[in-house]
Design a protein around this ligand. Sequence first.
Ligand code: WTA
Length: 649
Amino acid sequence: MSPPDLHPVPPEFAATARLKRDDYERLYAQSVREPDAFWGDVARRLDWMQAPTQIKDVSYALDDFHIRWYADGELNASVNCLDRHLATRGDKTALIFEPDDPAQTAQHISYRDLHARVCQLANALRGLGVKKGDRITIYLPMIPEAVAAMLACARIGAIHSVVFGGFAPQSIADRVHDCQSKLIITADEGLRGGKKVPLKANVDAALKLPGTNSVETVLVVRHTGAAVNMQMPRDRWFDAVVDGQPVQCEPERMNAEDPLFILYTSGSTGKPKGVLHTTGGYLVWASYTHESVFDLREDDIYWCTADVGWVTGHSYIVYGPLANGATALVFEGVPNYPNVSRFWEVIDKHRVTIFYTAPTAIRALMREGEAPVKKTSRASLRLLGTVGEPINPEAWRWYYETVGDSRCPVVDTWWQTETGGILISPLPGAIDTKPGSATKPFFGVQPALVDANGALLEGEAEGNLVLLDSWPGQMRTVYGDHPRFIDTYFRTYPGMYFTGDGCRRDADGYYWITGRVDDVINVSGHRIGTAEVESALVSHPKVAEAAVVGFPHDIKGQGIYAYVTLIVGEGESEDLRKELVAHVRKEIGPIAAPDHLQWAPGLPKTRSGKIMRRILRKIAENAPDQLGDTSTLADPSVVESLVQHRRVP
Ligand code: WTA
């Protein structure tokens, strides 16, 4: 690592930063040495109905496994995000809504307005029979109603499960079935880059699939005004049910360990898991990390470009910013519509000061050159952030130099759906940055590297990333399947949480995430399990077997490479290839569509029948000279044919 690649904290930034260099060392040491005192203090940032006296109560030991934080505390997340700001920030803008079409007027929604909207919806949900602990599915575009819907659930103690608007009917149905949702909140249609997304029609199709009988009511937001099929009495227009409701609503008292939400995410095996987060620890974590990592000030205009369908939207569009009384921008659109300057134009239009996006978006915009950036001012910006996947140093530098005019620190934030919020990241006033490194652990976070046998690696090393102890924002269980939670995260390396990521630690103790080491592919920052794509492929009547791996992709970080064996007698053809890709889109959603599909007369298997993915990965990477030992294969000759017909970029 050459010295010019170290970006010291800019002195002007450090001068006014919330946390400075010495604060980091001091607070980090304290957070690890005295977790009860530290996290007890931090919890005072929230309004509790009953302040917690028990702080940390955790054991990762397999025979006495439990994770509890603030277990005797009581609070309501929506009160923390709304009510407590009314006296001092009632007229402050909570949300700026920037529609897909820039010609449509943006909306500014004050904390008072948002509070009223949330209370009305919460009252409506109660009127429809929703009670504390019920599950509600939210399948909405990026519109203010999505934020209101989450907070309305929180207000009455219902557990929300937000399903990304890009998921297909089967994926909605699987998620509804798994958590037995009672009600779905959706919209007539979504709009993205000028294209319509048939949300209500997707819900209709999902509810025709088996296992979805739990749904009693579908609330439909009128968004584009498109005509949709309304099936009475199940389907109700959102405005008809909500508009006449009182603007006050008694919040439910929630225990800190009562569930706040479920969010489904892909793992290495099986169907997506319902990651469950609870109320107290999660909210402490989301708000404290949001304030610290983004060095939040009262007058910031903060924009995170994620979708509320992902955890980044949950923690850093909704719960973190609103708990902190911030102004958050909600963007319905995409980076390249109506043109590739859109992000930068929106920054100028709303005078955005903090901008948080994904490496895949940065790489895509980088390809368009400097001109679309440089024609905008971006003078309002003071801090840039990235999340979702490793950022390559070239993209980091472009972001820093071209977008931020070499003025704004870049915070590369590493975390996961499971972690609830940021775990490894620079604090912009305290930690010097290096392009491509997520740098240092946040307070209370104890990363470590282990080798394949679980032995801890010291100093400069590369290995699997584990966390040695808990933090308040940690997930508490896989909804409905606690054994799966323990098996997935705590059994590989007993006594430690296994992240599934590979990582390197340099001589300065900086962490460099290298990507997933399990069968999860990270496509444009979206997690996709190879098993999910395989099962979608084999659900096609002409497919006998499928194996899916990731391969390096210039823009998306990773792409999806599928090997498909057809049923005997079925012919390989270009049409069938297209049909299979379309089939995956239809079964899971466009984000899971294979980028490349190769016919595989046979798959490389061990004599016990296990597919050797290592070999398939190397072929997909176009590195046939690195296949390693193939002598243990049942039939080594299949490899030769796969290599011959591989995709050569
Ligand atoms: C990857 C998104 C490198 C990582 C918040 C992790 C990253 C997975 C970074 C979680 C980063 C996320 N640098 N890799 N800054 N942030 N990842 O659950 O592989 O959608 O395990 O959460 O994304 O993805 P998830």
